[in-house]
Design a protein. Sequence first.
Length: 203
Amino acid sequence: MATKPSWLTVSPMAGSGNDTLQNTASAHTGRLVRTGTVTVTAVGVSLPKTYSVTQEAKAEFISIDNGATMAADKSGGKVTVTGKSNSQALSFAWVGDDKEATIAAKYTAGGKQTNNSEAIEGDPGGSAEYNWSVELTLPANTTVEQIDRTLKVSNGSSISQQIVIEQTAGDATLSLNEEAITIPADGSAVSVTVTSNTSWTIS
């Protein structure tokens, strides 16, 4: 005999004579419909009566907990982006050609480690939304400008979200390859190399 699913509430649960059963359910965050059966038995009636219940699914989605932007330190290192989804698989990629920052080969979703772009074992998003996270590794920002990198999180097709990682500007630097030079009597040129990541002047 089928029993009422735990996500469904029926009120009243017992009665006598004619009555109306109110059926309500907890919010369903999975992307697949869920179904159940309610069985009603009565004293003196040999065969119980049943009715089936179907709850609509939530549309497939991806959200990012950090919002549209997040800050990263100028020194670089590891940054973790987190969010929620009910997609079967997630794909992480930089928007544009970023050869310095890297995305971990595996992401965590529903407590499981999964290769980037591959389906999550057991498809937890079919029945409920899950938490996901991915680790990024950024190089140090050696410029005096903020560096913005855009991460795209998608289901491999039509559903996606983006977040801009705003890496703080690095420190201004200036160095010379010589502390003292001697110019020959004929005045011919002697070079000094300036190494800097910002504008400079001679005085």
